[in-house]
Design a protein around this ligand. Structure first.
Ligand SMILES: N[C@@H](CCC(=O)N[C@@H](CS)C(=O)NCC(=O)O)C(=O)O
Length: 190
């Protein structure tokens, strides 16, 4: 939704899954057999996997810097997008489930500590990468910032002690000033 808003696209959002349900019904499963969200429906075109959706939106409707113009820049954008999915997503999901969706008395604090440490190591890599860049690919925001930008909000919105990562924090502050990010990402964690 953040990506679509940045591209100026009007998308009707239907809340599915979790407390809303509906992702295990035949209609939804016929579009996305995983029963997961998100699923994008663009006229007669159906697409699932969030990063694939971001790439498609930027490719089909992207303006200027959102879809990097060279293969090499797209390579780096894809690298960081996939890195989020394959490296950060798992420990970030542990934190989200433990701290947001599990009552305090039932939490696994060893798992939480381990996940904080793992995420901190990954965020430190990004912090080093951002030492000489405003955004993940350089001077301009691009599709590469979208998955990590969403995760950065969650990282800063849960209660635990975070390491001081000045470049990462400056990047996150920059992104947090964007109205599309505020409207679609900076929402209560539930
Ligand atoms: N790799 C997939 C992950 C999809 C996924 O796990 N979605 C979760 C939310 S982040 C979901 O559908 N949860 C609702 C449920 O399982 O009922 C993507 O990025 O789209």
């Amino acid at each position: 939704m953040w990506c679509a808003a940045e591209l100026g696209l009007e998308i009707e959002r239907s809340d599915i899954g979790g407390a809303f349900g509906g992702n295990d019904g035949a209609e939804y499963l016929s579009r996305n057999p995983n029963g997961k969200i998100p699923t994008l429906i663009d006229k007669d075109y159906v697409l699932w996997e969030s990063n694939a959706i971001v790439r498609y939106l930027c490719d089909q409707y992207g303006i200027g810097h959102w879809l990097p113009e060279t293969s090499r820049k797209r390579g780096h954008a894809n690298q960081w997008m996939d890195w989020y999915q394959t490296a950060l997503h798992r420990p970030m999901t542990v934190l989200f489930w433990q701290l947001i969706r599990t009552k305090a008395e039932n939490r696994d604090y060893a798992a939480i500590e381990a996940a904080i440490g793992e995420c901190a190591n990954y965020w430190t890599m990004l912090d080093q990468h951002l030492a000489e860049r405003l955004y993940i690919l350089g001077d301009q925001i691009s599709m590469a910032d979208i998955p990590l930008g969403c995760a950065a909000y969650r990282w800063h919105s849960m209660e635990f002690t975070r390491p001081n990562l000045p470049n990462f924090q400056a990047w996150w502050s920059r992104i947090s000033e964007r109205s599309a990010y505020q409207a679609h990402v900076m929402l209560p964690l539930t």
